[in-house]
Design a protein around this ligand. Structure first.
Ligand code: SAM
Length: 267
């Protein structure tokens, strides 16, 4: 016990020197990982952290909505704020008897898989990504977490190849939304290790979302609810863009757990 505590303090000091966020929690996780994995070496982990590699990629998974999701350099590390999107969407699905769910830009599959796990009803769930490598990890996560095939995975640009029945539909999207000028100033751990395609939203930050809105219109897809994650600095522009494409719908903003304007519901 004493040696464990000494180890945690040592790791925490190392993380604090690196200015690694949430050092207390991460130090505990690293210590547990080393004690569980005989081949894991503290010095090797320190080396990787020193090269700005995020802890989640080193341990190979990230906890999201109480499940462990495999993550690699091909998938974004799911963020804790996105859990709220999942819980909000569960409420929308139950209240409105949603039968079709599309998760656009699924990455590790964290949103689609968590929704499938938390629902007792069985709507049709589709999840898309432009990255074949990300989809491969998402399918592994489906097998590990759900233990059965529950989701239709589609390799496509946004919703291009998605075909839906005319039943009540919720589309969820956590697409790249960071304006390029802001993306370029992000922490090295993000810039050097997480996929750019998951984060860089182009000059305005809204390029992927505008293309998604255009696809919905062009395909005449009957989307009853659209739940989007966004960046707080472009929140108002994002709402205006939604209003432009869906003038007859209600556009509502939602805050994240840190009280920032981060979600938009189009209903
Ligand atoms: C912000 S990440 C979100 C990942 C995951 N949904 C999450 O919440 O952690 C955006 C995802 O969108 C995917 N993506 C980017 N452009 C896309 C496009 N044109 N069509 C489909 N997926 C796209 C990226 O590969 C990435 O997996």
């Amino acid at each position: 016990m004493q040696s464990n505590l000494a180890q945690i303090f040592r790791i925490r000091k190392f993380l604090d020197d690196l200015k690694y966020p949430d050092s207390q929690r991460i130090a505990g996780e690293i210590s547990m990982y080393i004690n569980r994995n005989k081949r894991a070496k503290e010095e090797k982990i320190f080396k990787k952290l020193h090269k700005n590699e995020p802890w989640e990629y080193i341990q190979g998974y990230c906890e999201f909505c109480t499940s462990d999701f495999k993550v690699t350099k091909d998938t974004l590390i799911p963020r804790i704020e996105t859990e709220q999107l999942v819980y909000d969407c569960i409420k929308i699905i139950k209240k409105n008897k949603i039968k079709n769910i599309i998760d656009v830009g699924t990455g590790s599959g964290c949103i689609a898989i968590s929704i499938a796990k938390l629902l007792s009803s069985k709507p049709s769930i589709y999840a898309t990504d432009i990255s074949k490598r990300a989809l491969k990890i998402a399918i592994e996560n489906e097998q590990n977490i759900l233990k059965k095939k529950s989701i239709t995975w589609i390799h496509t640009d946004l919703i291009k190849d998605v075909v839906l029945t005319n039943k009540p539909t919720l589309a969820i999207a956590n697409l790249p939304y960071i304006p390029t000028s802001m993306y370029e100033k992000l922490d090295k751990s993000v810039l050097e290790h997480e996929p750019k395609i998951a984060l860089d939203g182009g000059k305005s930050g809204l390029e992927s979302y505008e293309r998604l809105f255009k696809q919905i219109k062009a395909k005449r897809l009957k989307v009853d609810y659209l739940y989007l994650e966004t960046e707080e600095t472009i929140f108002n522009q994002h709402k205006q863009l939604a209003k432009k494409y869906f003038p007859d719908k209600k556009i509502t903003g939602r805050k994240d757990i840190f009280n920032r304007n981060r979600f938009i519901l189009i209903s």
